[in-house]
Design a binder for this molecule. Structure first.
Ligand code: ADP
Length: 687
């Protein structure tokens, strides 16, 4: 701020100086005009000397500001004008009557004047080249040589040789026509300068353009006045000189403005730019500080929430520890840890490890750590040299690896469980095989017993058709219980087959109505003999669908035997087939004792019975319904039950209607004879 104020103050000061210069120049001009009336020669001398001083000024300014402005155009003009002023001094010396005292030639001053202006015109024209090309450094030596040669030549010719310059003024006729023409040429030349400079205006500063353009215009008029004068002391001559002085002054001003003020402006500009840059840097610094501050918080946050323990050890003592370290070491907080010796936490065996570990490697070593609860825990650590508060310290990273042991023991447990599971599988398989073997082994002797009973029953009848009733009754008991045993064995066999995955359905297309009707009819007499009415009804006479007929028969017989088992004399059993196009429902409904609501779901479980304390004619093993459910499931169907105690039960088998590819619909073909099957399935019921 202070610097810019200072610069502003200097600018005002410089502005005042430049106004003072203009005023001084005007005063000098007025002074020149005043002294002209007193003595023209004095005026001329003063004007020329003043021009020379300005030319010297141009030279001094151009040369001395070259380092700052690097302006070849100014330098060339400066050098040119200094040499021109040499010619002008000679012109002054030879002017008017003075020349008569010194030299014999009358028009020496005029010749020097014209030569001086010619050289000025050439200098200005050449200088324009440097406006266009300012990038090359100027060879001052060559320029000085050039001007020295030209000026020496002009002076030699004018004073001694008198060969090259024509006569420009005679005592008798005054200025010659040649002189007038030359002045016209010069005037035109300066006009050309105006034009060229106007064209080049974009390459120069606007103020410089203004000053120099005015200077060139003044030159044009100055030369025009010189075409008009008759006498070296007349008004036109005076005006020519005044305009020349003015033109010099404007050139001088242009160079001053651009040589001094422009560089100053540039410095000011650069200073203000630097000021802005400094301010910007300051802003960035503050911004960076803010970011660092925020990042510090961020780092703290990261460190505190790192899964690894991070601690700084200085002179073997804890100076910093993050939350994880606090937790691993079971400390209360950071204060609980700070100042503690690191060896407090190290198990005796691990001390060597810490001492000899390579502090430069980012490698983790296993270590046993003693936490503040005096528990030994498994950990991994890595230690690195760091500088902490300008002191050599250690950064320790700690990993609690006790979870690894947990994983290990979990893995062990898992493999043990797997082993156990495999063993159980093996055992199950063995059991199933055993079950199935035993079932076969049981069935064979029962069948033998049944055959023997059958034979005995035949032998009990004599030729006349009489038989021993008592014996027959006993044989029937054996037969009935034989069938019961077969049913039980069959059920156990199926159960074990299902469990071991051996039980497969033999699906074929059958008329399901036919199957269900036939089974119902086959037990009709038997059920009637129990005093229970049996009704069969169907929505449709024929419904072809893919089922395992044998399993369907087991399902229906099972449900019918249950219905008979849990009904009394005078009750009714209704078997009905409902057709719903893509599925059918087979309903077996009885008006028997019913099932309590809370037992409805459990009856499908294996070995489940509603009441185990029932009378002997309702015996069973609790396998039947579970088998029925499994067989229904295997068909893709569903079993459901509606029942009310005292009102009866309805079991509904829902089966999806599907067909398999086969040539003919199977006629029912069963392994065991139907009568045997019925006897077996109904064997639980005592007559
Ligand atoms: P069980 O061989 O004992 O008959 P089930 O699995 O066939 O075994 O039947 C299980 C139990 O469901 C029976 O013990 C009986 O309590 C009940 N139950 C089955 N069907 C009926 C029914 N129609 N009426 C009443 N209770 C029934």
């Amino acid at each position: 701020m202070e610097a810019t104020e200072k610069i502003k103050g200097e600018e005002i000061f410089l502005g005042k100086i430049s106004i003072f210069q203009h005023v001084l120049f005007l005063l000098i001009l007025i002074f020149l005009i005043i002294i002209k009336n007193m003595s023209y020669y004095l005026f001329h001398t003063a004007a020329e000397i003043y021009s020379c001083i300005i030319a010297g000024g141009i030279f001094m300014v151009a040369v001395n500001t070259y380092k700052i402005s690097k302006n070849n155009f100014f330098l060339f003009l400066g050098i040119g004008y200094s040499f021109i002023s040499i010619i002008d001094i000679f012109h002054l010396a030879a002017y008017g009557d003075i020349s008569l005292y010194l030299f014999t030639k009358f028009d020496i001053d005029t010749k020097l004047w014209v030569a001086g202006r010619g050289l000025e015109l050439i200098t200005i024209l050449i200088s324009f080249v440097f406006i266009i090309k300012n990038n090359k450094s100027l060879n001052i030596f060559i320029i000085v040589i050039f001007y020295s040669v030209v000026v020496s030549f002009i002076i030699t010719d004018v004073f001694y040789l008198n060969k090259f310059m024509p006569t420009l003024r005679t005592k008798e006729t005054g200025i010659t026509n040649v002189k007038i023409y030359l002045e016209y040429i010069l005037s035109t030349g300066f006009l050309l300068c105006c034009y060229i400079f106007f064209k080049l205006r974009k390459n120069v500063d606007s103020k410089l353009f203004l000053y120099l353009e005015i200077a060139f215009i003044l030159k044009v008029f100055s030369e025009l006045f010189f075409t008009l004068y008759l006498n070296v002391t007349d008004f036109q001559n005076m005006m020519g000189h005044i305009l020349k002085v003015m033109s010099y002054y404007f050139i001088y001003m242009g160079i001053i403005v651009n040589g001094f003020q422009r560089p100053l402006d540039m410095i000011n500009y650069n200073l203000s730019k630097a000021d802005i840059a400094i301010k910007e840097k300051e802003k960035q610094r503050l911004y960076m500080e803010e970011i660092i501050k925020q990042n510090e918080l961020c780092y703290d946050w990261i460190i505190d929430n790192s899964g690894n323990g991070i601690a700084i050890i200085l002179n073997r003592r804890v100076v910093y520890a993050n939350l994880t370290t606090v937790n691993i070491l079971r400390a209360k907080d950071l204060n609980d840890l700070t100042g503690r010796n690191i060896f407090e936490f190290v198990n005796d065996n691990s001390i060597q490890l810490i001492r000899f570990s390579n502090h430069k490697q980012n490698k983790f070593n296993e270590i046993k750590i003693l936490n503040l609860n005096n528990e030994i825990i498994e950990a991994e650590f890595s230690i690195n040299n760091i500088t902490y508060r300008r002191k050599s310290a250690y950064l320790v990273i700690l990993k609690d690896v006790s979870y690894k042991n947990e994983i290990k023991s979990l893995k062990n447990e898992l493999s043990e469980s797997e082993e156990q599971l495999n063993k159980t599988h093996e055992y199950n398989k063995m059991l199933t095989e055993f079950f199935s073997n035993i079932s076969h082994e049981l069935k064979t002797p029962i069948n033998v017993i049944l055959s023997a009973v059958q034979l005995l029953m035949l032998q009990n009848i004599d030729k006349d058709g009489y038989y021993d009733e008592k014996l027959n009754g006993l044989l029937n008991v054996i037969k009935q219980n034989g069938y019961r045993l077969i049913r039980l064995v069959n059920n156990l066999l199926d159960m074990s087959k299902i469990d071991s995955g051996y039980l497969k359905l033999e699906i074929r297309n059958y008329n399901i109505v036919n199957i269900v009707e036939e089974i119902t009819l086959s037990v009709a007499d038997y059920i009637k003999s129990k005093g229970v009415a049996l009704i069969f009804d169907t929505d449709k006479e024929e419904k072809i669908m893919a089922v395992d007929a044998d399993k369907i028969e087991r399902i229906i017989l099972n449900l019918l035997s249950n219905a008979v088992k849990f009904t009394e004399v005078g009750d009714e059993i209704l078997v009905k087939i409902y057709d719903y196009e893509d599925y059918i429902n087979i309903s077996i409904k009885d008006s028997g004792i019913g099932i309590p609501e809370d037992k409805l779901q459990m009856i499908f479980d294996r070995f489940a019975q509603v009441d185990k304390t029932l009378t002997r004619n309702k015996e069973g093993s609790g396998i039947g319904l579970s088998l029925v459910k499994t067989l229904t499931d295997m068909h893709g169907g569903k079993i459901s039950v509606n029942s009310k105690v005292g009102e009866g039960s309805e079991f509904i088998i829902g089966l999806p209607v599907k067909l398999v590819e086969q040539t003919e619909t199977e006629s029912n073909n069963f392994y065991e004879s139907k009568i045997d099957k019925i006897l077996i399935e109904f064997s639980d019921i005592y007559s």
